[in-house]
Structures are given as C-alpha cells and as structure tokens.
Design a protein around this ligand. Structure first.
Ligand SMILES: CC(C)(COP(=O)(O)OP(=O)(O)OC[C@H]1O[C@@H](n2cnc3c(N)ncnc32)[C@H](O)[C@@H]1OP(=O)(O)O)[C@@H](O)C(=O)NCCC(=O)NCCS
Length: 183
C-alpha cells in the first residue's frame, strides 16, 4: 500500500498514530513495498526472537493504513551483552520513518514509546548505534538525551531475501541513555 500524501497533510494525523507490536501478518508490510525486501530474513529472525521474549518490534500506523515507522528493541543479546543484558540495558535498532513523514515528530514518538515500555519492564538504560554519516539521526538522539560513549566499527552481516551474504561496515558511534522516569 502506498502512502496517500493527502492523508498526512492534516497535522492531526500524528495524534491518531497507533504504536503496537508487530504480528506475523505485518512482516510483509515492514518491507515498504520492496524498499526493505533485503531485510526479509533479518525481520523473520527478530520476530522469532520476539516469540522467546528477547526482542520487541514496534510498528507505527494509522489504523487500517500502511506501516509508517518502526523501531526494534533487543532486550537480550548473547553476542553483545554490553548492548543488551536482558535486565537493565536494552538495544534499539532498525529505527525508521517513511521518508515523506520525517521531521514531524513520529520518530521521537516511537522512541518515547519504546523507552516508556522499557521502563515499565524494569530496564534503565538504552543503547543504540548511529553511523557517522548520519548527523541528522545523531542530533535527534542527542536532543532526546542519548550520549556518545564510544566509536564503533559497525561491522555486521546478514543474509538477504535471495540468500546472499551481505557485509555491512558503518563506522559510527555507540550511544547510551539513562532512563530516569516513566515518561
Ligand atoms: C531517524 C528517523 C527515524 C527520525 O524520524 P523522524 O520522524 O524524522 O523524527 P522526528 O520528526 O521526531 O525528529 C526529527 C527532527 O524533526 C524535528 N521535528 C520534530 N517534530 C517536528 C514537527 N512537528 N515539525 C517539524 N519538525 C519536527 C525534530 O526537532 C528533529 O530535528 P533535529 O534533527 O534538529 O533534532 C528518520 O529520520 C529516518 O527514518 N531516517 C532514516 C533511517 C535512519 O537514519 N534511522 C536511524 C539509524 S541510527
């Protein structure tokens, strides 16, 4: 489903956005009409982790409409417990908002939702990574209270929808935020 631009001309759309956990039926919609088809297996793996309580996949939408944005939360990482220890610190990733809707507050709303949920689950720190060629996202995170803790090489691999191994290098920063209140 494509975005109908007229639907979002009224600034009140943001108040009507619902943020909810992804279901199996939502997985195709997370591919954004093919833009993120290469992450099909990654999404399936994160969804499987959600079934075992290790991850959360949040989706923003207007009821009945297309996926407008998302943020994933890793609660526990065996590979990198320094990023997500399953108890106090969680890791945010795969954070994105439809291009046409950026800069209107939806990203901030998604992060606030994920953070409030983490607080309710007893988590007190949120960790994430941002590439050094993404100054807009870095500014947003810093405005929301995230602080740079260390540089990261940002090397990771995944299998795309065709089964090809993709190797990514995104030099950047690891950021950390201490949660202080429930809101
Ligand atoms: C990063 C991302 C998810 C942020 O989503 P967003 O919806 O644009 O976020 P917000 O609108 O809440 O905030 C972005 C900016 O818009 C501004 N803004 C917030 N509400 C606004 C509003 N109602 N009207 C105009 N601007 C607004 C914010 O002040 C912020 O500005 P800043 O960069 O100076 O801090 C989005 O830009 C995106 O998908 N980027 C591509 C993927 C990506 O880089 N993800 C992060 C990887 S680490």
């Amino acid at each position: 489903m494509k975005l109908a631009a007229s639907l979002y001309a009224d600034p009140a759309w943001l108040q009507r956005v619902v943020i909810r956990l992804v279901t199996a039926a939502d997985l195709p919609a997370l591919e954004w009409e093919g833009e993120y088809v290469h992450f099909r297996r990654v999404y399936a793996r994160v969804f499987a982790r959600m079934q075992t309580g290790q991850s959360l996949m949040w989706l923003a939408e207007l009821p009945g409409g297309p996926a407008l944005g998302q943020v994933f939360v890793q609660l526990h990482s065996e590979a990198d417990p320094n990023a997500a220890d399953g108890r106090r610190r969680a890791y945010i990733h795969a954070f994105r908002v439809r291009r046409a809707l950026r800069g209107r507050g939806l990203g901030s709303q998604l992060l606030a939702h994920a953070e409030a949920d983490l607080w309710a689950r007893g988590f007190r720190e949120v960790c994430l990574q941002v590439a050094d060629d993404n100054p807009d996202a870095l500014r947003l995170y810093q405005r929301l209270g995230y602080e740079i803790v260390e540089p990261v090489a940002g090397d990771w691999t995944y299998y795309d929808h065709l089964g090809h191994l993709q190797q990514i290098s995104e030099m950047g920063w690891r950021l950390l935020k201490t949660l202080h209140t429930a809101d």
